[in-house]
Design a protein around this ligand. Sequence first.
Ligand SMILES: [Fe+2]
Length: 324
Amino acid sequence: MTKPLRHKQILLVEDSVEIRRVLASTLERERYTVYQAEHGQAALKTLQQITPDLILSDINMPRMNGIEFFKELRKNPAWTPIPFIFLTANNSPQDIQAGRVLGVEDYITKPIDPKDLISIVNARLLRVADVQVAQIGLAYLETVNVLANTIEGRDPYTFGHVKRVAQYARRIAEAQQWPPEHLRMLEFGARLHDIGKIMVPDEVLKKTGPLTDVEWALMKQHPVTGAKILNQITHLRGTLPYVLYHHEKWDGTGYPRGLKGKEIPVEGRLLAVVDVYDALTTVRPYHPGRPQAEVVTFLQAKAGVHFDPDMVTVFTRVLPPDNK
Ligand SMILES: [Fe+2]
């Protein structure tokens, strides 16, 4: 039994008291909480009280049979996502056909082997859990992209910048075998690293000439501002090291904290290299895009000064040859 599935609620709809008793005790041994109903109408009543994680339903039952029950369920958007498994007699292909027309995916044929029951129920619930995780992940990514686009929308010259930065950053992290959960936060961190620029006035952000001291001071606040914004979003707190430290320099002359060498969190050291690389190879209002070879030479010259030398080494190794 897989741990996370314990204590999930199952609604068992079956008119035979004997079959219901056997199935319920099999499921309860696996620590599922089982609610029982003797037909579709009773099951609908139970659904007013609880929303089960899965429904197991017989087809041939008095008062409201399984097919009618399933149709009723699909009328209510709150019940539509509940996984549904029919319990059907082995010799009733017409039942299976009827269910298939309605979109029922799973069947368990009677007589029911307890092992089959458990493995089918577990598999179905695991699949649902996987889909939910994927959907949440997608929702996170959409949120991140909307936030990131607010910056790109204001500063058209950086269009595509965060996406490329995320791609380069991922190449380095994969080469360094970062664990998968870190890769996810890296993707978000790379996309959101300049979110604090949202508070930098347009005339500073879009200025093509050199910045005055005051303007420069405003610009340099963006890592801290960004961290303050993202600190309010629990699932994005892992991005803070990227946002806060991507302008720190290996020799301690960066900002906001002037950290040195490996005092700078690895997330900041990684992002610094790819951020500068992309800024220099891309056309900006104040400079044309420089050739890749020239920028790589620049990064190497600044290894151990601006950048973590190991990061530069790995980046130049994983950089695609023609990326412009
Ligand atoms: Fe930045």
